[in-house]
Structure formats: C-alpha cells, structure tokens
Design a protein around this ligand. Structure first.
Ligand SMILES: *Cc1c(COP(=O)(O)O)cnc(C)c1O
Length: 247
C-alpha cells in the first residue's frame, strides 16, 4: 500500500477512536484527559508506526523486548522531535529484565515478584526509577500471565506480595493492568474491569505506599466499557492500524 494510503487510513481510524473515547468519557462523567491512548504497534510496519506518530500519537506500546529494541533504534520522524513514550505491555522473561529496563519508559506487565526484583536491580544499575504497573490475572485463566486475583485467597496472597514492592526503591508502582478474556460482546468484559477497579480500591486502603492511580485496561474490542469502569490507559492496536474499522 502506498504511504499516503497508510497515512489516510490511520488518520481516519485515530479520529474515530478519539471520538469514541470522548463519548465514553462523557457517558462516564470523566474528563478526556484522564485517559491515555497507547497505540499498540506490534507486527506493524515502520511506515505505519511513523504515520501514527505523524498523526500525533505519542504513546506507543510493544509486547516483546526485541521489538521495542528494534523500534527505538530505528530511524523515524521522532529523532528530530519529541520522542514517543514507549510502553512495554507483554510478558518479560526475568533474564531479559535489564534489556527491558533499557528500552521501556513504563512497564505494564510486571507479572511476578521475581520479575519485579530483577527489574528493580536493573533499574538501580541504570540509575533510574522505572514506572511500572502490576499485571493482574483477574479471571484466573491458565493461559494468562499476571498475579492471580481470581479467588479471595489468591487476592490475599497478591496483597502480601504487593506489600513487598514497597522495598523496591527503583520501581515506581503506579497501578494495575489486565487483559480481559476474549468474549463475544464487550459488555461481557465489564465484570473483569470492575474487579480490577475494586482491587485497586483495596490496594489503596491497605498499601498506601502507592497511589495506585493507573488502570491499564481495554483494547480494540472493549475499550469503551473499560473507560466506563475507570481505565486510565487503553491499549489499542487493531482499531488504529487495521484496514477495516472495528466498531
Ligand atoms: C496486542 C495487544 C493489545 C492490543 O490489542 P488490539 O486488540 O489489537 O487492540 C493490547 N494489550 C496487549 C498486552 C497486547 O498484546
């Protein structure tokens, strides 16, 4: 596809998404500024990523360390301008912790205490404090990464582990992330989002070392419901980059 067509498609998609985010915020009585759109660039061509940047998208996300390394070292319009903020949103093997720290502005996918420990150490060596979110497996699906929160006992264990994060001086714990199960209707994802919000309320009460401000939830198929349930970061790939609009 010619670059112009790529640009036009992505511009039109972003305009529609922006309208949908605005309407979802309105319906929920929230300000548009409370929600950050993270464009998920995985599997997209450099031309597509550059087009999204040219349309004003400044928060970009990848789900693999190698991809984030490649994106950051690739030439692009951002070299001469304000660089995008890069979000790491996928599972990180502990042995890649230092590499993840080197290329991530924020990590949404801290899914174990062991990984948190490795990231803290790597951030200390890099002389940084790394903004992170804890990935929560709300539904307890075996195929999903994240701290298990699917039963009251699991949630108590999660609280005990999360308490230990206070000791990690080089991590700034900002909140929670989850992936909703694949469902036929967006409404079916609502209970998962609502439970992440309730978990945040509990963390705020019991572990006030963080504000637990951020809720990273909502993707192409369910971001409006996630915004109604309090999402502060929505991670959207297909609706931005796919040729046909998902609506
Ligand atoms: C791919 C991906 C997304 C975006 O999914 P879409 O359905 O394309 O919007 C969001 N979060 C994570 C963790 C992903 O891997």
């Amino acid at each position: 596809m010619a670059p112009d067509e790529v640009c036009l498609r992505i511009r039109a998609n972003l305009e529609r998404i922006e309208g949908r985010i605005l309407r979802a915020c309105d319906r929920a009585g929230r300000a548009r500024g409370e929600v950050t759109l993270v464009g998920v660039t995985k599997t997209r061509s450099p031309a597509e990523v550059e087009a999204a940047y040219a349309c004003g998208l400044r928060h970009l996300g990848e789900n693999r360390v190698e991809e984030l390394e490649a994106r950051r070292s690739a030439p692009g319009p951002w070299l001469a301008q304000e660089p995008p903020t890069w979000h790491m949103i996928g599972h990180i093997q502990s042995r890649k912790a230092a590499r993840a720290v080197a290329v991530s502005d924020r990590i949404h996918s801290v899914d174990s205490l062991r990984l948190a420990q490795r990231l803290d150490r790597a951030a200390a060596e890099a002389g940084r404090v790394l903004p992170v979110l804890l990935e929560i497996n709300v539904s307890g699906e075996a195929s999903k990464y994240g701290f298990d929160a699917s039963t009251p006992a699991a949630e108590d264990a999660l609280l005990a582990e999360a308490a230990q994060l206070e000791g990690f001086a080089h991590l700034e714990v900002q909140g929670l992330m989850t992936m909703a199960p694949v469902v036929a209707e967006p409404e079916q994802a609502r209970p998962v989002f609502a439970r992440l919000r309730l978990l945040r309320e509990r963390l705020r009460r019991e572990l006030p070392f963080s504000t637990w401000r951020e809720l990273s939830m909502g993707m192409t198929d369910d971001f409006e419901v996630a915004i109604q349930e309090g999402a502060t970061l929505v991670r959207i790939g297909r609706a931005i980059f796919a040729p046909q609009i998902h609506e």
